[in-house]
Design a protein around this ligand. Structure first.
Ligand code: GDP
Ligand code: MG
Length: 178
């Protein structure tokens, strides 16, 4: 049976847990001290709804500036994860910039919005929460995308992020359902 290959990009401010979410999904481990400067692509083959998928996940790092290389990834990317930390309002506010950039690069006026999921990470830190769940939900409604709160530390709802994106990509009208 042919394997569908999907490219997924993860964006968000430094420290929100992009690498930890990636590592938890790809390797099933929590790496509390992952090098914040590493930007790399990780691969994982998964079975979703009885079909095999090869996922290529770009874990971005560094400045908010988009490099030419990163724009190329966005151009080729089929699904996008936008991550903030529920313990930092600034990381939530930063997401609009990433969103706008993705929409520009993807030329959404012509192509429509790509599969996208908004993620509030660090849900295990309820005591330090400053971004309410309903605040995240409201932004997801505005963006017409799905929303999940996750804990990379506790492996809570991490896999669902990627599963949801795959299902969204499958629902795109121009993708053949091989
Ligand atoms: P990135 O810069 O977005 O890639 O963030 P990292 O994945 O490197 O994580 C930044 C910091 O947040 C690290 O100290 C992690 O241990 C911590 N962290 C990441 N995810 C979680 C989480 O779900 N819960 C908690 N408590 N800490 C997390
Ligand atoms: Mg990182």
């Amino acid at each position: 049976m042919p394997i569908s290959e999907y490219k997924i990009c993860i964006f968000g401010s430094g420290g929100v847990g992009k690498s930890c979410l990636t590592m938890q999904f790809v390797q099933g481990i929590f790496m509390p001290k992952y090098d914040p400067t590493i930007e790399d692509v990780y691969k994982k083959t998964v079975e979703i709804d009885e079909k095999q998928y090869s996922l290529e996940i770009l874990d971005t790092a560094g400045t908010e500036e988009f490099s030419a290389m990163r724009d190329l990834y966005v151009k080729n990317g089929q699904g996008f994860v936008l991550v903030y930390s529920i313990t930092s309002r600034a990381t939530f506010n930063d997401l609009q910039g990433y969103y706008d950039r993705i929409m520009r690069v993807k030329d959404t006026e012509i192509n429509g919005q790509p599969p996208l999921i908004l993620v509030g990470n660090k849900s295990d830190l309820e005591d330090e929460r400053v971004v309410g769940r309903e605040v995240g939900q409201a932004l997801a409604r505005k963006w017409k995308c799905t929303f999940l709160e996750t804990s990379a530390k506790d492996h809570a709802s991490v896999d669902q992020v990627f599963f949801d994106l795959v299902r969204q990509i499958n629902r795109l009208p121009n993708i053949s359902s091989n």
